[in-house]
Write a protein that binds this ligand. Structure first.
Ligand SMILES: [Zn+2]
Ligand SMILES: [Zn+2]
Ligand SMILES: [Zn+2]
Length: 444
């Protein structure tokens, strides 16, 4: 038995000795074996007004606390909570395409497209390629820094070179970081322009067009291997009061393409546009693709910067950056963001604060207000469902209950508990995967 096993066993024995092992296991299950659960102390009073009694108290539980999941969206920070967030994202995205979760199913008849917007090139980078060389060219051709302009290799996906520049000194690091910093504004303006383009397609004035067709969207940001953000978005057109608008998906797709192709964000010190790789796909009603798109979009909702745990927290200084021992390209992206962050002319971009996200300050998943349901509504539904299950179907109706809670800390009590929680969480993921696999083979 190694020291990890020993620590886990000690933690379990500790609860066992107090006859609280079952309570401990139930508590862990309830918070999904979250990595850093919040520890709450308190009680619940319920009963008719004036006759309330304490019906539940944390003092009876292991260590006298209730454990509440941390609720993090980041896969790196808490795999368990991130999985719940990913599930909610999928519901949220799908509800906007198919209805359900409180959204009218007629929404499926509204025209919708799936849009992918990629940043321009900031210099040649190594790319995955199965058939042709990474960069064709004369083997002796050199850049001004004496580095080869060609790369005859065929890189596989896992190759660490993929996404890194052929010559870091030729590469436009400032351009790449500013692109990330301006990405959210670029997206905001793209949506405004798409509405204008739609008016032109419909041959109406803008005000007139907005009366018959408004845009809703849900978009995720994804870091490419080169450390530049690209966007995947579902864009939908809605008529007044939930009606089907007089626009078809083809017209919507054209308006998106025209807008994305012309938009520029510029201020005196920086500018950004979308690259040439703009892709738009029409999502047909009842199309299997809509479901795949929802899963795809949700997958990115829990990713952070580079998914590199070394960039999980803000970088405070160059010394701090060096301590993280990042790969050269990533290091240089962060260093450039810190550098530019010190420039007063760019202060409004908050580059230093977002240096650990390579300059990107936006959210990883955003949606317009009218797109679909909300994370809050999905969370409430989950809590209610769990509560109903706990009380049985006919729980006390004439009773009101009120909880009085306060946080007394975060995380597990000791290393043994932490290790055990991580083990249980992994086990749950595996069980789920196996159940899914069994389901697929059965339905074949
Ligand atoms: Zn958590
Ligand atoms: Zn290469
Ligand atoms: Zn060079």
């Amino acid at each position: 038995m190694d020291s990890d096993d020993h620590a886990m066993l000690e933690a379990l024995v500790r609860h066992g000795k107090r006859h609280q092992l079952d309570d401990f296991l139930a508590q862990g299950d309830r918070c999904g074996w979250c990595r850093h659960p919040i520890r709450l102390r308190g009680f619940v009073v319920s009963g008719p007004a004036g006759e309330e009694t304490v019906t539940f108290s944390s003092s009876s539980l292991p260590d006298g606390v209730v454990l509440k999941a941390c609720g993090s969206r980041s896969e790196v920070r808490c795999p368990s909570c991130a999985a719940i967030y990913r599930g909610d994202s999928r519901h949220l995205v799908r509800a906007g395409l198919e209805g359900g979760k409180g959204v009218d199913e007629a929404i499926a008849l509204h025209p919708a497209v799936f849009l992918t917007l990629t940043a321009p090139s900031f210099g040649a980078v190594h790319a995955t390629s199965a058939v042709s060389p990474c960069h064709a060219g004369h083997p002796r051709a050199r850049c001004a820094h004496g580095r080869p302009l060609a790369c005859p290799r065929r890189h596989e996906r896992g190759d660490e070179l993929v996404g890194t520049p052929l010559c870091p000194d030729c590469y436009d690091y400032e351009g790449a970081v500013l692109q990330n910093a301006l990405n959210s504004e670029l997206w905001r303006r793209t949506m405004i322009y798409t509405e204008r383009q739609l008016a032109a397609v419909l041959d109406r004035t803008q005000a007139d067009a907005r009366r018959v067709a408004r845009l809703s969207f849900c978009r995720v940001a994804e870091f490419q291997r080169r450390g530049v953000v690209h966007l995947h978005a579902i864009v939908r057109a809605d008529g007044p009061e939930g009606s089907v608008p007089p626009v078809d998906a083809g017209q919507l797709a054209r308006a998106c393409l025209q807008a994305a192709g012309t938009i520029t964000v510029s201020n005196p010190n920086a500018s950004a546009t979308w690259g040439r790789q703009i892709d738009v796909q029409v999502l047909e009603h009842g199309d299997e693709r809509a479901r795949r798109v929802a899963t795809y979009v949700a997958k990115y909702a829990t990713k952070t910067s580079s998914d590199d745990p070394r960039l999980d927290a803000p970088v405070r200084s160059f010394e701090d950056l060096c301590r993280r021992e990042l790969p050269t390209h990533l290091h240089r992206m962060v260093a450039t963001a810190l550098d530019l962050g010190a420039d007063p002319a760019l202060s409004e971009l908050n580059l230093a604060r977002h240096a650990h996200r390579l300059g990107y300050g936006g959210h990883f998943l955003t949606k317009s207000r009218r797109y679909s349901t909300t994370f809050g509504a999905l969370r409430d539904a989950r809590v209610q469902w769990r509560e109903a299950r706990r009380l049985g179907d006919d729980g006390p109706e004439d009773q009101t209950s009120e909880g009085h809670w306060h946080a007394v800390g975060a995380g597990w009590t000791d290393r043994g508990e932490s290790l055990f929680a991580a083990h249980q969480q992994r086990q749950r993921t595996e069980d789920k995967r196996e159940a899914e696999l069994a389901w697929y083979t059965r339905s074949e």
